[in-house]
Write a protein of this length. Structure first.
Lengths: 143, 196
């Protein structure tokens, strides 16, 4: 099992998508706690969790990991949902592209489940408007 | 040539099999719902214990609820499913059993919303109040960031501490990676008990 390869397979397309925006939107992954202190600064937080490392499959491979991918989009509060939804669309497009990628001969084969959400929150005690989606993933390490 | 009564016997057998299988499936579904609640109580946060005792299992006609009280998590029994409910569920593809949580802090507990560090400081006693919570209590020598979800600790004041009793996004992880296994175990077990 190669946790790093699985993480990279999920993170890279999303990082590329948000870096390609003009201006680029900062993305924070697991174990990076720094976030912009200014509530008007928009940013994205991506968390990847591992639930099961291997499971028996119909083939001889047991390198079949499962987990969850959670994406939170933080935008300015009190300005409507439009900007948040635009950034969510960027994330969803990247995930759909990832799901449409053909199975490689080597490396990591990743498939995502249904995308839950988005759900939005703008609680009084937090500075941002937050949009959230999550999905399950199944990864097979082929090498 | 089939004997007289063969077809009647065969029809009775099919009906019996249908009834037995239907009962087994319904029992499997109830056992699966109970297992899912037990596993979520174990995986989820347990500070006062109020959230983990606030799960409920519903059918169209009945609801069985946890106590909603603080303390160690107590298992709950799924309500029985009537034949009509099971049939309606099969035909209409409606959920036969629904699991939900009625705690007023459920959204925080599943990391669906964020709050300020002051909000968390107001709510918490210094340490978890349940043995389960204490057994999986994680603390870091850094306060919370200005805004954070329940499971997101650290990132703030280096002279403070922050802690949690379940990892960030435990619920999304359970739903994505473990829930189907819980259902499979109980459904396999129910069918094996009947036909194995």
């Amino acid at each position: 099992m190669n946790y790093q390869a699985i993480r990279a397979a999920l993170e890279n397309p999303l990082l590329t998508a948000f870096n390609s925006l003009v201006p680029a939107v900062p993305v924070f992954f697991d174990n990076i706690t720094a976030v912009p202190p200014n509530p008007t600064t928009e940013y994205v937080r991506i968390n990847i969790t591992f639930g099961i490392t291997n499971e028996p499959t119909l083939t001889s491979s047991v390198d079949n990991a499962r987990g969850a991918l959670i994406i939170r989009i933080f935008t300015e509060k009190g300005r409507g949902p439009a900007r948040n939804q635009t950034l969510l669309t960027t994330a969803v497009n990247a995930l759909e592209n990832l799901n449409n990628t053909a199975k490689p001969a080597t490396g990591t084969f990743m498939r995502l489940g249904e995308i839950n959400g988005p759900t939005f929150s703008a609680v009084e005690t937090a500075p941002h408007f937050v949009g959230r989606i999550d999905t399950s993933w199944v990864a097979t390490v082929l090498t | 040539m089939a004997r007289p009564g063969f077809f009647k016997g065969f029809k009775d057998l099919i009906e019996d099999l249908d009834r037995v299988a239907g009962t087994s499936i319904a029992n499997g579904q109830r056992a699966a719902a109970e297992r899912v609640v037990r596993e979520m109580q174990k995986d989820g946060p347990s500070w006062s214990g109020e959230f983990s005792n606030s799960w409920e299992i519903r059918t169209a006609s009945r609801t069985v609820r946890g106590t909603g009280a603080a303390g160690e998590p107590q298992p709950i029994r799924a309500p029985s499913v009537t034949g009509q409910e099971a049939t309606a569920g099969q035909i209409l593809k409606d959920p036969i059993l629904t699991i939900s949580n009625f705690s007023p802090h459920a959204l925080e507990a599943i990391d669906a919303i964020e709050h300020s560090k002051e909000y968390y400081a107001r709510r918490l006693t210094p340490t978890p109040q349940t043995a389960l919570g204490l057994s999986k209590w994680t603390a870091v020598t850094e306060g919370r960031a200005n805004s954070s979800a329940r499971g997101q600790i650290g990132g703030g004041d280096p002279n403070s501490i922050s802690s949690r009793t379940a990892p960030m996004d435990w619920f999304a992880t359970y739903a994505s990676a473990k829930l189907d296994r819980a259902v499979r175990i109980e459904m396999d077990s129910a069918l094996r008990r009947r036909f194995g």
